[in-house]
Design a protein around this ligand. Sequence first.
Ligand code: 3PG
Length: 423
Amino acid sequence: MRFGIRTLDDVDVQGKVVLCRVDINQPVDRESGKLKSINRIRACVPTIRELSDKGAKLVLMAHQGSDIEYQNFYATKPHAEVLTELLGRKVNWIDDVCGPAAREAIRSLKDGEILLLDNVRFVAEEQTLFERKLCLSHEAQAKTLLPQKLAPLADLYICDAFAAAHRDQPSLCGFEQILPSAMGRLFEKEYCTVSSVMEEPKRPCVFILGGAKIADAFEMMNTVLSRGIADTILTGGLVANIFLIGLGRAIGEGSRAFIEKSGYAEFFEKAAELYRRYGDRIVLPQDLAWVQDGKRQETSVGEMPEDCAAVDIGCKTAEDYRQRILGAKTVFINGPMGVFEKTASEYGTKMIWQALADTAGFTVLGGGDSIAATEKYGLTEQMGYICTGGGALIRFLSGEELPVVRALKHGSQIPMEKDGKEK
Ligand code: 3PG
């Protein structure tokens, strides 16, 4: 056990039906329906291979997107094809989640065989906003369709989906009420790495926050500042723009309009309040960039033309941040400094990412955009730790116990009933 949760070293899976929840949620090209990345699929391979090698009858459960927020809500068939290729062994797929066809396919599995079920979010209770709309207890989640239909067929539940560990949904938190449970290798690696860095971060500990997950970012800032975890927070992207506007600095009407349109206007006041309390540790950009007629322009904060919108931090800010990153012993980063996908607005992100690669400090990076930037600049090998989770990492760093961690601790106490062969 690690952190009160069983690992794969604590369970015997030979000949057992193992339900394994993975996070292989990937960006999808809307026109072709093809996966744009296979990062997370690749990251799950060690657990899947180990379970199959050890003779489990392996049933994989996964979500792909959601119809609420991201419009990338698809079947998991392409994921099975990618897994088949990565593993070099067949991963069967079925267009059913927990109906009679899925259950029959599970019953027919032989030792070592792998079956991926269709998108668990096709079962309505699994929708992304489930936790916020209905907020069922884990006991109640165990009584919903998915656990009720699948748990009776299984001996063990394994969660390898750290990237979804902040979601309070039956496929993630319901099974641990019924089945003996354990975490997979990826979950173990991610959870243990971020836990140990959080417990005793080497100082100075610098957080870099950009990107657009605003509510989570503000909650996290509050926690890491009030608990003394962060020595400094460097801000970029929308996070920085919200601070600057909240403090009354002029950064172009376009910046304000975008934030208001995105529904984040309430954060202007929150940012100003946070800055009043912890301004000595929050670093804001001194200059910003915008694009005019396709060309990058830069100026000091407060001197930006009214009709423009900030799309990146400026060169002076990038240099200041670079020096701070080089002097840090621990760096957490979530979110780019601007619109790094476009040449005219990628300078800040590129500089910061290069500094992350150059620093001797330990770097922990998470979130889809951050991973995309790392790949774009070819720096994957030079990062300390790349977490598959974005939202989960932020939520974890906010100091909250993740729902899946809580559920796994519960499931780790349930004995391996069928033959009592717990190692
Ligand atoms: C993610 O992409 O962060 C995880 O797969 C969780 O997905 P969700 O945000 O749609 O719940």
